[in-house]
Design a protein around this ligand. Structure first.
Ligand code: IMP
Length: 425
């Protein structure tokens, strides 16, 4: 009867999958609403690690239905590979996953163009994309020249659309980028194996989801990336090409906003970012190296080392604001056990003046105001009761809570499902 939402409060990789996994146990349907195979969600169950890219991590629960919403851009080859590998792990993924007929399909030339543009960018212009063709596919969606999953269900429609797309795209590929043209036959053949396996999974998901909500089912909406990478509210142009924030959850799933109840924002107890773009509290010293090593801060999708820095209150306040966040989940607090002093970015100055918002442009020019909190220097890994945390660790959490203005109800102290503190829910 209600839908809850999990949204990244920073630049992605906040540990959303673990929270989604934790919340999924009471959920009937889990919906991924934006992004594509650029995301990497890691879940650890009984010491075994699972990495998800496109399929919602709720697939692990036997009775949870997974939905790839209309806001996602779907790479057919990648999708099939991920389904097969999950099936080999014993998850019945082909029988419990639906794909929205409104999902846009990533075609081979989307990746080719993404890689080409990234490789040929001038210094300072590079976005640092995952080269999975995400932005180029969304650009085609907005240009109204995309192919949608629903188009694959009727062979005549598919052939006509694909011919038109290939004809137009070949002009861009050859004349603009100096690449070889693609052939309609090649792409059609590649899509055939996807269609064979996925045909029965493609449905009208806005209808399905709203009908299920009416019947009393509980839905969890799963965002990829984070608020700092949102195309509207992130650090444009160093963002992904979709709305990872709450608005994107509504347009990317078709669920009526009236059903939305809890918005859980997820943030690490510090900050990381992959790819280019401003990062006010970034560290370049041994403290960053320590965070990267202890926190295993390497991208789950690309393996790239993540940039690391202190918690940024202003960034999280921005996330609270644009997402209508009802509470914050703090992850990886155990990594901070290894610091004597823990600075927190509590505000910004821009051009010598204090500002209390995240500037739309000029974030790279802000001066961060820090407050330093004492570290707790005690191993807290795996603690699952708030009262068992050292006093200084509780103080750190309560300090953040007061500054950001929403409660911190879930705290993660380690990678396993059980390494979780639930507080005041
Ligand atoms: P794209 O989404 O591949 O176009 O990449 C755009 C930006 O988003 C780059 O800075 C990527 O590193 C970043 N990005 C995309 N997906 C993720 C993610 O799942 N976690 C963190 N950063 C991401």
């Amino acid at each position: 009867m209600s839908a809850d939402l999990v949204v990244g409060a920073q630049w992605g990789d906040e540990g959303k999958a673990k929270v989604i996994d934790y919340l999924s146990k009471d959920i009937d349907i889990i919906v991924r609403y934006q992004g594509g195979a650029n995301a990497g969600h890691t879940v650890v169950v009984d010491g075994k690690k699972y990495v998800f890219h496109l399929i919602p991590s709720g697939v692990i629960y036997p009775n949870t239905i997974c939905v790839i919403g209309n806001g996602v851009v779907l790479d057919p080859d990648f999708f099939l590979k991920e389904c097969v590998s999950l099936q080999n792990e014993g998850f019945d993924v082909f029988n419990k996953t639906y794909i929205s007929d409104g999902c846009h399909i990533i075609l081979p030339f989307h990746q080719t163009i993404d890689s080409l543009l990234e490789s040929n960018s001038m210094p300072g212009e590079k976005i640092g994309t995952t080269k999975r063709g995400i932005g180029i596919c969304y650009a085609d969606k907005m240009m109204r020249t995309g192919l949608r999953a629903g188009d694959l269900l009727d062979d005549t429609i598919l052939k006509n659309k694909l011919k038109m797309i290939v004809q137009k795209k070949n002009l861009t590929l050859t004349k603009l980028y100096g690449l070889q043209p693609v052939t309609y036959e090649d792409i059609y053949e590649k899509l055939k194996s996807f269609i064979e396996r996925a045909r029965k999974m493609i449905i009208n998901t806005p209808y399905y989801l709203n009908e299920e909500l009416k019947k009393g089912k509980r839905i969890l909406l799963e965002g990829a990336q984070g608020t700092g990478l949102d195309v509207d509210f992130g650090t444009y142009p160093f963002v992904t090409s979709s709305n990872s924030t709450t608005g994107g959850a509504i347009t990317g799933s078709g669920i009526s906003f009236h059903y939305l109840k809890h918005v859980y924002g997820i943030s690490k107890a510090y900050t990381t970012r992959v790819g280019e773009g401003p990062f006010p509290t970034e560290l370049f010293d041994d403290d960053a190296e320590k965070m990267r090593e202890l926190g295993h801060e390497f991208g789950a999708t690309t393996g790239r080392p993540r940039r690391c820095g202190w918690f940024d209150v202003e960034m999280i306040k921005h996330s609270v604001r644009v997402n209508g966040m009802t509470s914050l989940v703090l992850t990886k607090i155990d990594i901070l056990s290894n610091y004597d002093k823990i600075p927190v970015g509590v505000g910004y100055e821009l051009n010598g003046k204090k500002i209390d918002f995240l500037p739309t442009s000029g974030l790279e020019n802000v001066k961060v105001i820090y407050e330093e909190l004492p570290g707790w220097n005690t191993n807290i890994s795996g603690i699952s009761n708030f009262n068992n945390l050292p006093g200084k660790c509780k103080d750190y959490i309560e300090f953040l809570e007061k500054r950001i203005g929403v409660p911190i109800n879930i705290i993660s102290t380690g990678p396993d499902r059980t390494h979780t503190i639930i507080r005041n829910i």
